[in-house]
Ligand binder design. Structure first.
Ligand code: SAH
Ligand code: SF4
Length: 450
């Protein structure tokens, strides 16, 4: 049972209600699931919206300026709701870690500001938070403080499992090392325990999470990611294993071999490129060149010809010229990603790049982003068309509101919308692909075992 209960030996939040709003990445979603589980264990109940809750908890993302702006406007809108009901309002996660003073000043009605390493303490603090506001922004995370298996999960079939947290890379644009701290690895046995328990509950897919999963090392045995994948694959019931995020510098032949030889590891990889220009990659401190990246992709494609690739790209990094950007476009053309996440550069506090002049005009950044996304959309449409007519395995994540329509993802992590006469939510099925758009595939349930 959760630590929160053991500390007091009672359901200390009995009768209270909570609402969690999550901004940001998969790790934030997983952190919110952990927090929700702790609150449930302490006796609190989830509310449908902030108006009905005693505790309004906002889990935040600091990675780009835009995400912080969105958060600030959300916190602004919560003021009235909080005051009307006298609720406790907490700002948690990465923005809390980065901007604690600024937050307290800008939003004097915040009751709690807590960074990403202290979710385990939140229930007890909420209980005691009647008079004073609190600020918690430690740098160390103690995995033993958290329940191994969060009870509250967004999906009943696909689960995020955090294996490491933090980053030692210090890419010059990135705030992550300043909010999540240095790399901390979760013990392998604790990861396996969580995955076993997920399989007992019927989960079919696990996504192993970390800012830099390639550098995973079991603190007890020194086992790396390839061995972790092999051990997770031994757990019966789990059908698909994914891992995110890989760093191109550390993505090596051993991992490619593990992906090829362990049947359950999906032939799908998210490998953030950031830029196709060597000059910019160096300024970003990414520690690889475009040739290194291409070489790794070639090796991967020759070992796993059906690999589905996705990436992150930043446009408008300081000093980026039209030629630099063309180099990025060129790699888009050569690699043919199934999906990309692309962003306009924005300077982040404390990062090395924030000391450079943000000299690419906003309209140039927008123009490059549009060109990148327009070309990528065409590539995606071409790739998706090549799947039409095939029958693929799909993990059905749920029904849509319209009758007989279901949504899921294929092994390549593409969205598949399909028709089925029977309810196949939370099951692995086969779907015959009959059509597509740039962002999704569609089809019909195939009458074959998955
Ligand atoms: N750990 C991952 C991703 C971290 S953040 C990695 O190694 O790449 C997710 C993405 O946000 C990054 O890949 C990057 O493309 C984008 N990003 C990070 N900082 C940014 C900034 N200052 N401006 C614009 N995009 C940024
Ligand atoms: Fe940020 Fe770079 Fe670490 Fe990714 S690898 S989290 S981009 S510092």
């Amino acid at each position: 049972m959760a630590q929160a209960m053991e500390k007091t030996g009672e359901l200390m939040l009995d009768g209270k209600t909570f609402y969690i709003h999550t901004f940001g990445c998969q790790m934030n979603v997983n952190d919110s699931e952990h927090l929700a589980s702790l609150l449930l264990a302490a006796g609190a109940r989830p509310a449908r919206n902030p108006e009905d809750s005693d505790f309004i908890l906002v889990n935040t993302c600091a990675v780009r300026e835009k995400s912080v702006e969105k958060l600030f406007s959300y916190l602004g809108r919560l003021k009235d709701q909080k005051e009307r009901r006298g609720s406790v309002l907490a700002c948690l996660g990465c923005v809390a870690q980065l901007y604690r003073e600024k937050l307290l000043k800008k939003f004097p009605y915040l009751d709690l500001v807590a960074g990403p390493h202290q979710y385990a303490e939140v229930p007890l603090i909420l209980k005691n938070l009647q008079e004073e506001r609190r600020v918690l922004t430690a740098w160390e995370k103690d995995w033993t403080d958290l329940p191994i298996v969060p009870e509250a999960r967004e999906s009943r079939v696909s689960a995020y499992v955090t294996i490491m947290e933090g980053c030692n890379n210090f890419c010059t644009f990135c705030v992550v090392p300043y909010v999540r701290g240095r790399e901390k690895y979760r013990p392998l046995r604790s990861i396996l325990e969580e995955v076993r328990s997920l399989s007992d509950r019927g989960y079919l897919e696990v996504q192993l999470l970390g800012q830099n999963v390639n550098s995973y090392r079991d603190p007890e045995t020194g086992a790396g990611l390839p061995e972790l994948l092999a051990r997770v694959a031994e757990i019966s019931g789990i059908e698909w294993i994914r891992f995110i995020t890989s760093h191109p510098r550390d993505f090596g032949p051993e991992l490619i071999e593990a992906m090829a030889s362990i049947r359950k590891v999906c032939h799908q990889l998210h490998l953030p490129l950031q830029s196709g220009s060597d000059r910019i990659l160096e300024m970003m401190n990414r520690k690889y060149t475009r040739a290194d990246y291409l070489e790794k992709i070639d090796r991967l494609k020759s070992r796993l010809p059906d690999i589905s690739l996705s990436t992150d790209i930043i446009v408008g990094f300081p000093t980026e010229t039209e030629e630099d950007f063309e180099q990025t476009m060129d790699l888009l053309e050569r690699i043919r990603f199934a999906n990309i996440f692309s962003f306009r550069y924005s300077p982040r506090p404390r990062t090395a790049a924030s000391r450079l002049k943000d000299d690419v005009p906003e309209e140039v950044k927008i123009d490059r982003l549009v060109r990148l996304q327009t070309r990528q959309k065409e590539i995606q449409l071409e790739l998706n068309r090549s799947l039409v007519g095939r029958t693929v395995r799909v993990l059905c994540l749920g029904a849509s509101k319209k009758g007989n329509l279901y949504a899921g993802r294929n092994e390549g992590y593409q969205v598949v919308n399909f028709r089925s006469e029977k309810d196949v939510s939370n099951r692995m099925v086969r779907v015959r692909i009959t059509g597509c758009g740039p962002y999704s595939l569609h089809g019909e349930l195939a009458d074959e075992p998955a």
